[in-house]
Design a protein around this ligand. Structure first.
Ligand SMILES: [Zn+2]
Length: 259
């Protein structure tokens, strides 16, 4: 029986990007704004979070702006309005970062790792290949070590598909990054849902099998898109997309929830 009682979708900001970043081969003239979503699960074993959003501190600190978000780097910078702040959204649900007992990270890009530092009490679940890559000297794009290379964090490094709790299954979906993972969550009334994270930003990535703009392995990225598509077919489970600008407007957002 599933341990999950409710799922909240938190809209944590927007990124302003060429459409080619999400959809390989798109017309380079198009610039789009894509949401950053995270997922909060209320379970009988405590609060579980998938992904930690972007830390808006990086967007106001002059040193961080220069380092990461100046022209020629990640520019224009993302947008995190007060309404997008994770802390305020958790508060509207009646909890805080200190109440998160398990933090699952799809991968360690900066728009997924921002608030890790605020959850030292949490068991932080990440795939081994992602952990090794993030902590390696490889030249990486969009990894901010100051978000995750910190003392006092409780890493739970897993390797491949794993059950996290009853009703929460991690599935290994590499390609966008070396150790990317997605989740299958079993909700008591809705049934199974697939939280795809960055396997594909837009529904078109899945429906038309279009590669994401950025991938550390195209071969693995397309295999992961096909794996998610096969799961959709087998289970009939709906997908929740982290960065789809249209779908985000059609789903229930926190403090509303799915049961
Ligand atoms: Zn990413």
């Amino acid at each position: 029986m599933t341990a999950v009682k409710r799922m909240f979708v938190l809209l944590c900001g927007y990124e302003i990007l060429p459409m080619t970043v999400s959809l390989r081969g798109a017309d380079p003239k198009f610039i789009v704004s894509v949401p950053i979503c995270t997922y909060l699960l209320d379970t009988r074993d405590g609060w579980v979070l998938l992904d930690a959003g972007l830390d808006s501190h990086h967007l106001v600190d002059p040193g961080q702006i220069e380092k990461y978000f100046s022209p020629g780097r990640w520019f224009p910078p993302p947008v995190v309005k007060p309404v997008h702040e994770m802390e305020a959204q958790l508060k509207s649900i009646g909890i805080g970062f200190e109440d998160i007992s398990v933090l699952i990270l799809s991968h360690l890009h900066a728009d997924h790792s921002g608030h890790i530092k605020r959850m030292p009490q949490a068991r932080i679940v990440v795939q081994k290949r992602e952990y090794d890559y993030a902590f390696s000297n490889a030249e990486k794009i969009a990894y901010f070590p100051e978000d995750y290379d910190l003392p006092g964090l409780s890493w739970d490094v897993i390797d491949g598909d794993s059950k996290i709790l009853d009703g929460i299954e991690a599935i290994f979906t590499p390609g966008h990054t070396p150790g990317h993972q997605s989740l299958i969550v079993d909700l008591p009334q809705t049934g199974k849902v697939i939280l795809t994270a960055d396997v594909g930003d837009w529904i078109e990535n899945f429906d038309q099998e279009i590669l994401p703009g950025s991938a550390t392995s195209d071969e693995e990225a397309i295999a992961s898109i096909r794996r998610i598509n096969a799961l959709r077919q087998q289970t009939g489970a709906p997908m929740f997309l982290t960065h789809d600008p249209v779908l985000v407007q059609k789903i229930k957002l926190a403090p509303d929830y799915y049961a």
